[in-house]
Design a protein around this ligand. Structure first.
Ligand SMILES: Cc1cc2nc3c(=O)[nH]c(=O)nc-3n(C[C@H](O)[C@H](O)[C@H](O)COP(=O)(O)O)c2cc1C
Length: 173
């Protein structure tokens, strides 16, 4: 594979800043580890791949404390966060935080984070190592959608979508 590694810290920062111009949603992915304890982390690498079959992907950094747990897990659950859930996004991006302190968990299933915009329970495919991340692909086995606005991430900042009714009307005309 042809690829370039931006090792110099200045180049690396410039690349991160350029990539950060792409606005994304924010999700929390959860799974159960070998001892049936929940693990979870904030991600913005979530992406839909295919409708039939229903496939999604996300990528995990090799250095994540939960890398082993996620790459071994047979199932994972993705919750798309609503605009009111920035605090949860920060908590689940903080290594060592008591991430599930007020979230119902049980030893049967990767937990859904309550009050999100949507959730997807997935069966995991074999992990794919790519550069310094591992891509995890899942088949959606159950999902739900709620009518709440989504949290947005761009340029290292959490943002909210503001409805622009005029622009929406023009686009629809
Ligand atoms: C908005 C946002 C998006 C993130 N997206 C990812 C991602 O897609 N993949 C990843 O490995 N880490 C991502 N992170 C960083 C992880 O959430 C963070 O490193 C987390 O603490 C790793 O989990 P750990 O506690 O198991 O190390 C993101 C962080 C933020 C704030």
């Amino acid at each position: 594979m042809m690829s370039r590694t931006y090792k110099h810290s200045d180049e690396n920062r410039k690349l991160r800043n350029a990539l950060g111009q792409f606005p994304t949603g924010v999700a929390i992915v959860t799974a159960l580890d070998d001892e049936l304890q929940p693990v979870g982390m904030t991600i913005n690498s979530f992406s839909s791949i295919s409708l039939a079959p229903a496939l999604i992907s996300w990528c995990i950094d090799h250095r994540a404390a939960s890398h082993g747990a996620f790459t071994n897990a047979r199932n994972f659950t993705i919750t798309v966060l609503s605009e009111y859930q920035e605090n949860l996004a920060i908590r689940f991006a903080t290594r060592g935080a008591d991430k599930f302190r007020d979230i119902h968990t049980d030893s049967n299933d990767a937990p859904v984070i309550p009050d999100g915009c949507a959730w997807f329970k997935c069966q995991a495919y074999r992990p794919i190592a790519l550069g310094d991340h591992t891509m995890l692909v899942g088949t959606i086995i159950e999902f739900a959608r709620y009518s709440v606005p989504a949290l947005v991430y761009r340029d290292g900042q959490f943002q909210r979508l503001v409805a622009d009714t005029e622009a929406t009307t023009q686009a629809a005309a």
